[in-house]
Write a new protein. Structure first.
Length: 572
C-alpha cells in the first residue's frame, strides 16, 4: 500500500494535512466517520403529529391578516393594529436561537412538549382577550410557544429521518407550512365573516391537543446524554443569549416603530442600539469559551453563509407577499372570505411544488438545481406582481401570484437540507435552529417593512386626491379598507382604491431587487453530498462504534473549515 493510501485510510490523521493530496468531496473533511442512529418510529403517526404542530404554528402567523379589521372593530385600539401580527412574529423570532441549544442540553422531548403546551395556553388567552393590549400580550406568549414548536419540529425530523430522505419529508412539511401561511387569511376571513373572531385562536386547542397527544404517545428519540446542572451552567452562553435576544428585540421594535416614521428618535435609537447589540453578540459568539448559541463556523464557509442569507431574504419576500396579498384583494372589493379564496392558487401552487421539489432532491441527491430554479422563477413572479393594481384583469390576479408561488415552493425547505448536508451532526440542532431563526427574523422584518412602506406611500398618495375627507393616519388607513366601496363619489372611490393598490405593489417593488441579489448569491453555492452513514437504533455494532466526530476538538474542525473554504474558492 502506498504512503498516500495509508494516510487516506487512517482514521487518526486529520484529512486536511499537506500529505492528503487528493481533493476531498465537499464537507468530507468534517463529516468522515459520522454515524446517525435513527430511532424506530411509526412514521405515519409521528410525522402527522409533527406536521400538525408545524401547521398550527404557521397558521397563526397569518390567520389574523383578514380578521384584523373585525378584531379592531370589536376591541378598538386601532393605533396598535400591526402589533397583533408583529407580537407573534417578534416573540417567535426572539426564542429561535435558544431552541437549538436548549434541545442539545436538556433533550428534544421535554422542550417540544413544553412549547406545545405554551402555544395552547397562549391561544386560549388570545381567544378570551377583552382589550387590544390583552390580545397583544397573549399573542407574544403564543408566539414563544409557536416559534419554539416550529424549531423543535424541524430538529426532531432531522433526528428521525436520514439526510437522503429529508428532502422528501421536508417537502411535505414545507407544504403544510406554506399552506398554513397562506390558508391562514382564508380561515381568518371565514371565521370573522361567519363566526366570532375569537375562534381564530380557539381552533388551535382541539387540533393542537390532538397533535401533542400523538407525539407524546408515539414519538421515540435516541436517549439524551444528560449533564448535571453545574455542567449546564458552565457550558451555557448566557451572555450570548442575552445579547442576541435583546438585539433582535430592539431591531424589530425599531422596524415596528418605523411604520409611522423612520425619522423619530424612538425608531433611530432602537435600530442603533439593536445593531450594536447584534454586533456585540457576533463578537461574543466568535470568541466565547462557552458553547455558543449560534456556532460561528456556520458563517465561516461560503456555502452555509449563502444559505442563511438566502433564508432571510426569502422569508422577507414571502411574508411581504403572503401578508399583503389578501389585503390587496380586499382593497379591490373582495370580502375577507373572498380574499382568502383568491389566494388559493398561490397556496396550492406553493404547496405542490414544495412536495415535488423535496422528492426531486431525495431522488437525485442534488439540491442546487432546485434552488437555482426556485430563485429564478421567484424573481420573475415578483416582477409580475409589481404590475398588479385595481385595473388588473382576473387572469393577472391569479397567474402572477401563482408564478411567485412556484418559486417559493422550491425554496420552502430545500435550503435547510443543503445546510444540514454541509454541517456536522453535532451542529445539526443549532444550525437548524439558526436557519429557522433567520427565517422568522426575515418574516418579522418583512411584515414590518411592508407595513411601513404601505402606510407611508398610501398616506402620500391619498393626500394628493382632492375631496377626500377621511383620516389619513396609518391606523385609520388600515381600518378603512372595508369602507372603500362605500365612498359615494365614483371618481374619488376609484382614485382612492388605485392609491391603495399601488401602495401595496410598492412593497413588491422593494422585494424584487432582494430576490435578484439572492439569485446571484446562490450561483456560488458548493454541492455537498447527501449520502450519510445511518443505522437503526438497536444495532449493536453501531452502538459500540465510537464516531470520529465526537473525538475531534474544535480547533481541528476550524482547520477543516479553512480547507473546505479553500476547496470552495478553488471551484468558483
Amino acid at each position: 500500500m502506498s504512503e498516500k493510501m495509508e494516510i487516506a485510510s487512517s482514521p487518526n490523521i486529520p484529512k486536511t494535512t499537506p500529505h492528503f493530496e487528493e481533493k476531498r468531496k465537499a464537507g468530507a473533511s468534517w463529516k468522515d466517520g459520522e454515524q446517525l442512529v435513527i430511532p424506530k418510529n411509526r412514521m405515519g403517526l409521528v410525522f402527522g403529529g409533527l406536521m400538525g404542530c408545524a401547521f398550527l404554528a404557521s397558521l397563526d402567523q397569518t390567520i389574523v391578516a383578514t380578521a384584523l379589521p373585525t378584531i379592531v372593530e370589536s376591541l378598538g385600539g386601532g393605533k396598535n393594529y400591526s402589533w397583533v401580527g408583529s407580537a407573534y412574529l417578534l416573540s417567535s423570532t426572539a426564542v429561535g436561537p435558544l431552541c437549538g441549544k436548549l434541545s442539545d442540553l436538556i433533550g428534544r422531548k421535554p422542550l417540544l412538549y413544553f412549547t406545545i403546551l405554551l402555544f395552547l395556553i397562549g391561544s386560549a388567552l388570545c381567544g378570551a382577550a377583552q382589550s387590544m393590549t390583552w390580545l397583544i400580550v397573549c399573542r407574544a406568549v403564543q408566539g414563544i410557544g409557536g416559534g419554539g414548536m416550529m424549531q423543535l419540529v424541524q430538529i426532531t425530523i432531522a433526528d428521525i429521518v436520514s439526510l437522503e430522505d429529508r428532502g422528501k419529508y421536508g417537502g411535505f412539511l414545507g407544504a403544510s407550512w406554506g399552506v398554513a401561511s397562506v390558508l391562514g387569511p382564508l380561515i381568518g376571513g371565514l371565521i370573522s365573516d361567519h363566526a366570532s373572531w375569537r375562534w381564530c385562536f380557539y381552533v388551535n386547542l382541539p387540533t393542537g391537543g390532538a397533535a401533542g397527544t400523538i407525539l407524546f404517545v408515539f414519538l421515540n428519540l435516541n436517549p439524551h446524554q444528560g449533564m448535571s446542572f453545574r455542567e449546564h451552567m458552565r457550558q451555557f452562553d448566557f451572555l450570548g443569549l442575552a445579547l442576541i435576544i435583546s438585539g433582535v428585540v430592539c431591531v424589530l421594535l425599531g422596524f415596528n416603530s418605523g411604520e409611522t416614521s423612520w425619522s423619530t428618535t424612538e425608531t433611530i435609537v432602537l435600530l442603533v442600539v439593536g445593531g450594536v447589540l447584534m454586533v456585540a453578540a457576533t463578537v461574543n459568539e466568535i470568541y466565547t469559551h462557552r458553547s455558543p448559541i449560534i456556532p460561528p463556523r456556520l458563517f465561516k464557509t461560503r456555502t452555509t453563509s449563502i444559505i442563511l442569507i438566502g433564508a432571510f431574504i426569502h422569508s422577507v419576500m414571502l411574508f411581504g407577499g403572503a401578508y399583503y396579498l389578501p389585503l390587496y384583494f380586499q382593497v379591490i372589493g373582495s370580502s375577507a372570505t373572498g380574499a382568502g379564496i383568491l389566494t388559493i392558487p398561490y397556496t396550492i401552487g406553493s404547496a405542490l411544488i414544495a412536495i415535488v421539489a423535496g422528492a426531486l432532491v431525495s431522488r437525485y441527491s442534488s439540491y442546487r438545481p432546485v434552488i437555482w430554479i426556485g430563485w429564478s422563477i421567484m424573481l420573475l413572479g415578483m416582477g409580475l406582481m409589481t404590475t398588479l393594481d385595481d385595473r388588473s384583469n382576473t387572469a393577472e390576479k391569479v397567474l402572477y401570484p401563482l408564478v411567485l408561488a412556484i418559486g417559493q415552493g422550491c425554496l420552502t425547505l430545500t435550503p435547510q437540507v443543503a445546510l444540514q448536508a454541509a454541517m456536522p451532526i453535532k451542529d445539526m440542532a443549532t444550525s437548524t435552529a439558526t436557519y429557522g431563526f433567520l427565517r422568522m427574523l426575515g418574516a418579522t422584518v418583512g411584515v414590518s417593512i411592508g407595513q411601513a412602506i404601505y402606510s407611508s406611500v398610501l398616506r402620500k398618495k391619498v393626500a394628493l386626491i382632492p375631496n377626500v375627507n377621511f383620516d389619513t393616519s396609518p391606523a385609520a388607513l388600515s381600518q378603512s379598507v372595508r369602507q372603500l366601496k362605500d365612498i359615494a363619489d365614483p371618481v374619488v372611490r376609484q382614485q382612492v382604491i388605485h392609491a391603495y393598490t399601488r401602495a401595496i405593489s410598492t412593497i413588491w417593488v422593494v422585494d424584487a431587487p432582494l430576490i435578484g441579489f439572492g439569485l446571484i448569491s446562490v450561483l456560488f453555492m458548493k454541492a455537498y453530498t447527501l449520502k450519510q452513514n445511518t443505522v437503526r437504533a438497536g444495532d449493536a455494532e453501531a452502538a459500540a462504534a465510537p464516531t470520529q466526530l465526537e473525538e475531534r476538538h474544535d480547533n481541528e474542525i476550524t482547520e477543516q473549515i479553512r480547507a473546505v473554504n479553500d476547496d470552495e474558492d478553488a471551484d468558483i
